[in-house]
Design a protein around this ligand. Structure first.
Ligand code: TXA
Ligand code: MG
Length: 355
């Protein structure tokens, strides 16, 4: 049985927070909202509990977890040494959607870091996440609260769909604000390297740090024997059940290419989910008369924040509507748009049409 407790996102009721904290202290699995996506929390120092978390998510154990704390001072307990950039990054971006990879203290169990010599840490800003971590008085390891390879949850109902019956408690604090996972920045490389793009963009980090590299997962061949800088990055991630194809290019060429492929599927009786921007509406008009074409306009090419907040819920909705295929017109690849494009490319798992 999985209990669900609703709390106010801005000032969560202490009774619900106390239940969550107590459950974490007993080694339980508790899902809660952060500003990015819902996390599935566990006491980061309890090996057994961490193992149960991997089992509940069906997550491969070589994919390390992010440890959540509420103050930069708590990092001293998790890190072997605190890299010099932590202080200035914390001043600019914490609490918030930035995860830092630092050398790991022996206190942190192997189960959390997948045996890596580093640990990922983050100080979330969401009042519910902060209240739970503070009340538990523990470092809380929390991956996104989805089954492995499903899109991350941005609402409590998504967590219920994936993990209902498999975890102890869900704290429902409404929809998350950002909608895509935190930026992961590796501070053990020189210069620091973005392992996963997110709301804290490369430009924002460069303004504070100077040089920052961006790790391109696509340039690395997965090799089972090789130690990877960020193991989770090579998994086929964020995937809806329907096969997703990403069309990259301007509206004038990419959308007609998408429409052609959509027509082909529709003529064979398939249900086709289409994700695009407001600016693409006219080019898509010819499809709207077909009831098997499920058109989802999730924002504008100029407003990646709207697109980010709606993306994962839209993928889940299209799965629920039993779409056989999902065709997406890509969004602008800068700022938060870079995070959206990164997730779409992974969901497409190589099915990218450049038009
Ligand atoms: O926004 C977020 O980061 C959310 C919320 C819940 O905080 N969490 C999240 O966790 O997205 P998860 O487990 O779904 O993704 C964490 C990713 C891993 O897949 C891995 O790529 C990277 O962070 N990571 C964790 N520890 C690492 C380490 N020691 N070195 C390199 N990458 C690491
Ligand atoms: Mg995840």
């Amino acid at each position: 049985m999985t209990d669900v407790i609703r709390v106010s996102p801005d000032s969560p009721e202490p009774a619900g927070i106390a239940k969550a904290a107590e459950c974490l202290r007993r080694g339980g699995l508790v899902a809660f909202p952060t500003e990015t996506v819902y996390g599935l929390g566990v006491n980061a120092l309890d090996r057994e509990a961490v193992r149960r978390l991997f089992a509940a998510k069906q997550r491969p154990t070589n994919d390390p977890l992010i440890v959540h704390v509420t103050s930069v001072d708590s990092i001293a307990m998790l890190a072997l040494r605190v890299p010099k950039d932590v202080e200035i990054l914390a001043r600019h971006f914490w609490p918030g959607p930035l995860t830092l990879v630092v050398p790991r203290s022996p206190q942190v169990p192997d189960e959390v870091t997948a045996g890596l010599p580093t640990v990922a840490v983050r100080v979330p800003v969401h009042p519910v996440a902060r209240a739970i971590i503070d009340a538990a008085a523990l470092p809380v390891a929390a991956p996104s609260a989805n089954l492995f390879s499903r899109p991350s949850p941005t609402q409590a109902s998504h967590v219920v769909d994936d993990l209902g019956g498999r975890i102890d408690l869900i704290i429902d604090g409404g929809s998350t604000m950002i909608g895509v996972e935190s930026t992961v920045l590796d501070l053990t490389s020189d210069p620091p390297t973005i392992l996963r793009p997110g709301a804290i963009t490369a430009d924002m980090l460069r303004e504070v740090l100077g040089r920052v590299e961006i790790f391109r997962a696509a340039t690395i061949e997965p090799r089972p024997d090789a130690a990877l800088p960020s193991p989770g990055m090579l998994e086929k991630h964020y995937s809806p059940r329907a096969e997703l194809t990403l069309f990259e290019g301007p509206t004038g060429t990419a959308v007609p290419a998408l429409v052609n492929v959509a027509r082909e599927h529709l003529s064979r009786g398939r249900i086709v989910g289409i994700i695009a921007a407001e600016e693409d509406r006219d080019e898509l008009a010819s499809l709207t008369s077909d009831r098997n074409a499920l058109l989802c306009i999730i924002g504008s090419h100029d407003a990646p924040t709207d697109v980010a907040t709606r993306l994962y819920a839209t993928l889940r909705d299209l799965d629920s509507a039993r779409a056989h295929v999902i065709l997406v017109h890509g969004f602008r690849d800068d700022g938060l748009g870079a995070a959206v494009q990164d997730r779409l490319r992974r969901a497409a798992a190589g099915r990218v049409v450049k038009a």
